[in-house]
Design a binder for this molecule. Sequence first.
Ligand code: OOG
Ligand code: MG
Length: 259
Amino acid sequence: MGIDERKIKEIAEHLDRCELERRETDKITDEYEITLEEAYVIQDELKRRKISRGHKIIGYKIGLTSRAKMRQMGVGTPIFGFLADYFMIPNGGKISLDELIHPKIEPEIAFIIKKDLEGPCCTPLDVLASTELIAPAIEVIDSRYRDFKFDLPSVVADNCSSSRFIVGCGTPPESLDLRNIGVIFEKNGEILKTSSGSAVLGNPANSVAMLVNHLYNRFEILPRGSIVLSGALSEAIRARKGDSFRVISSIGCASVKIV
Ligand code: OOG
Ligand code: MG
């Protein structure tokens, strides 16, 4: 490893404080040479800090799983992060801009997992067999890096820009073809983008299978009860005070208001 344990703790503390004090920072690779593996160790430390403050980990997210997002961020590899309990906002709820740095909104498809999933060879079919519900979702990302400018190790260390999320009512996956879930992304009643489930790696279940195999490499499983955000279907949109965002889909709706 290029950086030692002390540096890992220091960087995690720095990123954690930036989140809590809603401060921007330069990307960490401006100062340190960090491998992707080390970036996930920093993310683990960030997770430990939140758990030690009494927060629970309630799920995971995958990022950069659509061409639109890869193009927008200039990073072409899927990334994995965790979801803490305080990230979750009730459907139709409000988010105060004062709590965040420069939030952006993404339309997503969420999975609610009913049976533990374990790698190393998890397939999309395994994912469907262990999924209780598929639901429309909104992710609020809020990179701690200035202007959302980062490279792969920096964004992974920063828990993949995770900040808040909203999950709508779900549908059991049995009767669904996930590739054909139609999704309309609206801001203030105007359509920003239409897309379908296939925008996420051909099928969002592929994205969840990748997460399970990634967790296996880190000696973890995807536990039952987890919420998984499978990745944005289209570009993230900057949120301003007063904006309302809605994800309308063939399986239900999710909405949030920025105040
Ligand atoms: C990284 C997080 C991307 C997604 O769904 O693709 C992400 C970022 O764009 O800041 O959450
Ligand atoms: Mg996302």
